[in-house]
Design a protein around this ligand. Structure first.
Ligand SMILES: NC(=O)c1ccc[n+]([C@@H]2O[C@H](COP(=O)([O-])OP(=O)(O)OC[C@H]3O[C@@H](n4cnc5c(N)ncnc54)[C@H](OP(=O)(O)O)[C@@H]3O)[C@@H](O)[C@H]2O)c1
Length: 296
């Protein structure tokens, strides 16, 4: 049995991951600003305070904390919040690691949108960061995580769009599809990297069990936006509209954030596969079939 501390553990990924770890007999503490039950540890990274009671037991940290990227438009202030909620939290967590004598591994979420956008080549982990806002955010986020190497081995998962009907982007898209409003976005030709929640949790566990270090793209694959919507609407037995929702409309409502939906990104998942990890879902059809089946 290993004792885990998951920062941001009450979020979409944290809930599934904690459930998987607990089923395997591990002890999980969730680090949260708003504790609601036993097993929650309170912190306030802004005020640099943390409940120290259980820290001496922690062996592995899983860092998932950060203000939600897609929650609201990226104003200047919001951009600062998106960065600080990640970087300052990690820095504070690192200073709190002094109270964790058993800590032997740190693994953190990061984002796949770090290479800039591209239509042609599959990006690999050693490629350069892009120069758009998300790339800059990820670069700072990863720099903070990598500074944990002063304390213990570090792994970073560059997470693609998480496919889970209980939250995140897919939940919102499924709502519009249920209303009969499923349509591609922008040109519909842009590629979107994705990962099924179960494979993401399995990947975290794999890295932890095998003490993998370094940075890994966490994506089952990538799919064009049109294909994504066509597959989803077909599985949900709802209409699929074409032409697509035009880019300027998305930009009007979402501002700079719309680039996440309208620009193209292809990424390779060879590095984690070469490290021995096997994805459960080999294509988007399989992932969506499982999700929609569970809904029925
Ligand atoms: N879901 C995706 O598609 C996706 C894709 C790429 C990367 N990621 C990254 O993976 C991580 C986990 O994703 P998720 O979908 O589980 O995110 P989520 O549901 O938004 O949960 C993130 C957690 O971070 C904590 N948090 C929010 N604002 C914070 C702040 N200002 N300071 C400290 N903690 C704060 C919250 O915990 P409390 O409210 O309990 O404190 C929240 O539950 C995130 O960092 C996210 O950016 C997610």
């Amino acid at each position: 049995m290993t004792t885990f501390l998951i920062s941001g553990g009450r979020g979409l990924v944290g809930k599934s991951l904690a459930q998987m770890l607990r089923r395997q007999g591990h002890k999980v503490y969730k680090l949260t600003r708003y504790p609601k039950r036993k097993g929650h540890v309170q912190w306030n990274p802004e005020k640099q305070s943390i409940d120290e009671k259980h820290l001496h037991k922690v062996e592995v940290i899983i860092n998932l904390a950060g203000a939600n990227i897609a929650e609201r438009k990226w104003s200047k202030n919001r951009k600062v919040e998106l960065i600080n909620s990640r970087v300052s939290s990690i820095n504070f967590l690192k200073s709190s690691a002094k109270k964790m004598p058993k800590l032997n591994y740190y693994i953190s979420a990061s984002g796949i949108n770090c290479y800039g956008y591209n239509k042609h080549t599959e990006k690999i982990e050693s490629d350069e960061y892009g120069d758009d806002f998300l790339s800059e955010l990820v670069q700072e986020w990863e720099r903070a995580s990598n500074s944990f190497q002063e304390v213990c081995p570090v792994a970073i998962l560059r997470i693609a769009m998480v496919v889970d009907k209980r939250g995140g982007a897919l939940q919102k898209i499924m709502k519009t599809v249920r209303l009969g409003l499923g349509a591609p976005l922008g040109s519909g030709k842009q590629y979107l990297p994705w990962i099924h929640i179960k494979d993401l949790c399995r990947m975290f566990l794999y890295c932890i069990e095998h003490k993998k270090e370094g940075t890994y793209n966490a994506a089952n694959g990538y799919i064009s936006n049109e294909e994504f919507m066509r597959t989803l609407t077909t599985k949900m037995k709802r209409p699929f509209f074409f032409p697509a929702i035009p880019r300027p409309i998305l930009s009007l409502f979402l501002g700079e954030m719309s680039t996440m939906l309208t620009e193209s990104l292809k990424v390779s998942n060879e590095k984690i596969k070469n490290a021995g990890f096997e994805f459960f879902h080999l294509n988007f059809d399989s992932a969506i079939t499982e999700i929609v089946k569970k809904e029925a």
